[in-house]
Design a protein around this ligand. Structure first.
Ligand SMILES: C[S@@+](CC[C@H](N)C(=O)[O-])C[C@H]1O[C@@H](n2cnc3c(N)ncnc32)[C@H](O)[C@@H]1O
Length: 237
């Protein structure tokens, strides 16, 4: 079972894409992204939005349709190619050298919309690889997917996000909170205490909203959970 494997490894995720075990994917644009997009962009037009661990999220298409430039990072080639295919978009692939990757990686560029997706490990991406720091980060299921499993409670992840965000940028996070013990299996449980510990040093934290989802046996997550929406702004360094 893929749940028993190590979610810090690329194979865990590429296997899930191969098996079609992608219960997190939504066909519709995230309602909270739509609701809070002005907070995310600071009300600015044409900003550069980063979507870490983007999967085949349709949020990328929506953000591009609002006039923003979207840059995603995703380790599974299948997710990226399905994103283009399922949204009737064409792409070109450029092989690029990343500063911290020994092997070159595939950079997918959409022909119709301003969407670029790098097929590589998030942790090897630097601001130079992606054309400079981002104005905004939209993080749905990204922290929850990998961070707490790295035995540092997620600090490496939040430091990476800070290194990629402009000093006047905004970072919006959807995180999960629940009361059953699932170890480090994604989606990870992010308590207020953990959030403060891993974001507090580098970011000013604002909680936007909490959405309670009751247990539903038809859902891929069969326990009640709270979805928390947060807005982070970099602290002055
Ligand atoms: C829980 S899914 C979230 C996908 C997307 N954010 C969404 O809302 O649909 C996590 C995604 O991150 C990818 N992934 C996991 N670890 C990664 C890493 N270290 N670097 C890049 N992508 C990664 C997986 O293949 C998977 O598509």
């Amino acid at each position: 079972m893929s749940e028993e494997k190590d979610s810090t490894k690329a194979e865990y995720w590429t296997d899930r894409w191969k098996e079609g075990n992608t219960g997190w994917h939504r066909q519709e644009v995230n309602a909270y992204l739509i609701k809070y997009v002005d907070e995310l962009t600071g009300g600015r037009a044409k900003v550069r939005v980063f979507v870490p661990l983007c999967g085949k999220s349709v949020d990328m298409l929506w953000l591009a349709e609002q006039g923003h430039a979207v840059i995603g990072v995703e380790v599974a080639k299948k997710a990226i190619e399905n994103f283009f295919l399922e949204n009737n978009l064409s792409f070109t692939v450029e092989i690029v050298k990343m500063a911290a990757e020994s092997e070159p990686v595939d950079k997918y560029k959409c022909n119709e919309k301003d969407i670029t997706i790098f097929c590589c490990n998030l942790f090897s991406v630097t601001e130079d690889d992606v054309g400079g720091r981002f104005d905004a980060i939209w993080d749905r299921g990204s922290l929850s997917a990998v961070a707490p499993a790295f035995n540092d409670n997620g600090k490496r992840y939040t430091k990476k996000m800070r290194s990629l965000l402009a000093s006047d940028g905004n970072y919006m996070l959807e995180s999960h909170y629940y009361e059953v013990d699932r170890g480090t299996r994604p989606p990870a449980c992010i308590s207020e205490e953990l959030r403060n510990e891993i974001y507090g040093e580098d970011f000013i934290i604002r909680e936007l909203e909490v959405n309670r989802l009751e247990e539903d046996p038809n859902r891929s997550l069969s326990f009640a959970l709270d979805l928390h929406y947060h807005l982070f702004k970099p602290k002055e360094s």
